[in-house]
Design a protein around this ligand. Structure first.
Ligand SMILES: Nc1ncnc2c1ncn2[C@@H]1O[C@H](COP(=O)(O)OP(=O)(O)OP(=O)(O)O)[C@@H](O)[C@H]1O
Ligand SMILES: [Mg+2]
Length: 622
């Protein structure tokens, strides 16, 4: 944390305020007002309780002319009961009315952070662990609930009550009563805060040890197989027990210091109570106070003691809640790297021409990935990009999609600089089948329909047929309603790729990027899909990135990318004739293919041969 905690806590509190008093939401504002009213009523009733109690005691005390007075104490006792009921009823009403405000604030904040995260750049997301981000949102919204509840309904009301009680005591009796109460509470609060701050380290140690023991246990169980391979069960148990022992020590310390805190608090309260009762006793002896007054003073202090009792806990929770909130709000301050220009316009409809002009790009300043790449893909044509791994092929597709901005040169779509149009309109025009397809943990139908939310079942199946995945889906017991598992892991690589192709077909973009879209398929399926993709690509500008050169033979132009530069360009025939890098790659791949085919033939022959000899043997035996 760069800021001091106090400042950052203040920042967190200020950030939440607009959500508690939302503009244009009359209902929420009304609820806030009602909650405050109920809070005041509850506290007022609470403060009146000891007075009713005291007057009842006085009315019941033996005096001359008894008997006739019985009606008064009964009324006072009933009044006492009613006040108590009102005190808790108003407190519950206040919670009920405020619950929605708090839930709405949490919802709005969570949504805002979520939307903001989606608006942030690829770079941010690659650098952050997604699991960690969702934990930050979860803890942050929980922090809002905790901090608000304790602050608004515990700390602040208690302060109000303390001041009210002090005022009443001053007004009814003497300043000494009010001063004693205030001093007692001041001592109590100071002691609690100091002690809790000191104790925090034990609490933290306990959490850290808990986490450590947990991590070890999980890691060890996940590595079940490895543990068995090396007969290390005893070693694992010892390591786990070491962590548990540390946790045991930390827990014991944390608990004993909590007992010390409680004991200290009780001592301070008892001391204050004693002084106040001595003062009241003196008042009775002097005839200025009644027995009822004595009871009243006592009751006030005990009543204040209750909310104060949780002060240490509340303080710790509020601190933690504010820290969590602050962490979440800090996410909102992260600027998006790729942003729409202030005067960005919609990408106008067009034929889909793509042009790179001397484009340079680096992810990190110390390593340039693209060193001046230029090419133009005329509308409806197909450009293939080939080259060794790490050459920057996928990077080109990321720049066109504007996941990053080029550090030099210009990327144009239909003549428009991609930086001058809105990201939304640009991305609507481009369909990408990425190198590593990831699916949502939902059904196949959902994942295909993702290309165009609202697509009908017929449209989904139409796209699936084009992507050669329909037949496979029909073989599944649950068909299109089959769930694909986390990130789509229940599908094979090739099945995933075909689902990804289907959803891009459904998106129907004017520009198509296929980044190794068929790399996970066997040669036969690939050939089938290639045919389908050719159909899809017809009339669209297409960028094909591929390792398997057989898939790019028909491209209108082939770009050989090497170390961020265009090493060669031309049609397949031209490049072969040229006898350069591409020709070399082609020769090697053809050899590999020939070798594979020869191996397959040999295997088939061997099997066929064995089969024949087995038959011959069988015949002979017969
Ligand atoms: N987010 C990133 N941060 C830093 N470096 C990156 C990042 N993404 C890619 N790179 C680097 O940029 C280079 C080009 O990556 P790119 O993904 O464009 O390669 P490619 O040509 O598509 O390779 P492949 O054929 O293996 O898919 C690689 O060396 C890679 O390590
Ligand atoms: Mg790649």
């Amino acid at each position: 944390m760069s800021q001091p905690p106090a400042a950052s806590h203040r920042h967190a509190l200020l950030s939440i305020l607009p959500y508690l008093w939302p503009r244009g939401e009359a209902e929420m504002r009304l609820r806030v007002v009602l909650a405050v009213v109920f809070l005041v009523l509850a506290k007022a009733a609470n403060v009146l309780v000891p007075i009713a109690y005291a007057r009842a005691v006085d009315a019941l005390a033996p005096r001359e002319g008894v008997g006739a007075m019985l009606a008064i104490p009964v009324a006072l006792v009933i009044g006492y009961g009613l006040l108590r009921v009102m005190s808790s009823a108003f407190a519950e009403l206040r919670s009920a009315v405020f619950a929605k405000v708090q839930a709405r604030a949490s919802r709005r904040v969570a949504l805002r952070v979520f939307a903001h995260l989606h608006g942030l750049s690829m770079r941010f997301h690659l650098d952050r662990a997604t699991g960690g981000l969702s934990r930050v949102i979860e803890r942050g919204t929980r922090g809002i609930a905790i901090a608000l509840n304790f602050l608004l309904f515990n700390i602040i009301p208690t302060i109000v009550e303390i001041l009210l009680v002090a005022a009443i005591l001053w007004w009814m009796f003497a300043a000494s009563f009010a001063l004693t109460v205030l001093l007692t509470i001041a001592a109590y609060v100071a002691f609690t805060l100091l002690f809790t701050n000191w104790r925090l380290r034990f609490r933290r140690a306990m959490n850290a040890m808990d986490e450590e023991a947990n991590t070890k246990a999980v890691d060890s169980l996940l590595n079940y197989e490895t543990v068995k391979y090396f007969n290390n069960e005893r070693h694992e148990a010892r390591r786990y027990d070491e962590s548990l022992a540390r946790y045991e020590r930390a827990y014991t310390r944390s608990e004993t210091t909590l007992n010390m805190l409680n004991a200290g608090q009780a001592t301070i309260m008892a001391a204050g109570l004693t002084v106040v009762m001595l003062l009241a006793g003196g008042g009775i002896a002097a005839g200025t106070m009644t027995v009822g007054d004595f009871v009243m003073v006592n009751t006030y202090l005990i009543q204040l003691y209750l909310p104060l009792n949780v002060l240490g806990f509340a303080y710790r929770e509020i601190r933690q809640g504010l820290t969590d909130m602050e962490q979440m709000f800090r996410l909102l301050d992260v600027p998006a790297e790729v942003r729409d220009a202030p005067d960005a316009k919609e990408l106008p409809p067009g034929p889909g021409e793509v042009a790179f002009e001397e484009v340079r790009f680096h992810y990190r300043p110390d390593r340039e990935i693209l060193k001046g790449v230029s090419f133009t893909v005329p509308p409806g044509r197909m450009l293939a990009i080939v080259g060794p791994t790490g050459a920057g092929k996928s990077t080109i597709s990321r720049l066109l999609f504007r996941f990053y901005d080029a550090t030099g040169g210009t990327v144009r779509v239909d003549g428009e600089d991609v930086r001058a149009v809105t990201q939304d309109s640009l991305r609507r025009a481009i369909g990408v089948v990425p190198q590593d397809t990831v699916l949502f943990n939902d059904t196949i139908a959902y994942n295909i329909a993702y290309g165009r939310p609202g697509a009908t079942q017929e449209e989904i199946e139409e796209a699936a047929k084009l992507a050669q995945v329909h037949e496979f889906v029909m073989k599944l017991p649950e068909g299109y309603r089959t769930r694909v598992g986390e990130r789509g892991l229940k599908l094979s690589g090739g099945e995933k790729q075909r689902v990804a192709i289907a959803r891009t077909i459904l998106k129907n973009p004017r520009i198509l990027i296929l980044d190794e879209a068929t790399s996970a398929l066997d040669t036969r399926t690939e050939q089938e899909i290639q045919a389908a993709l050719r159909g899809v690509a017809r009339g669209r500008t297409t960028l094909v990135i591929a390792h398997r050169l057989s898939t790019v033979v028909e491209a209108d132009e082939i770009l050989v990318l090497d170390e961020g530069r265009v090493a060669e360009r031309g049609t397949h025939a031209e490049l072969i004739a040229r006898g350069g890098l591409y020709a070399e790659m082609w020769r090697r791949q053809s050899e590999a293919v020939a070798a594979a085919e020869a191996a397959a033939r040999a295997e088939e022959e061997a099997r066929f041969g064995r089969g024949r000899s087995a038959r011959v043997e069988g015949e002979m035996r017969a």
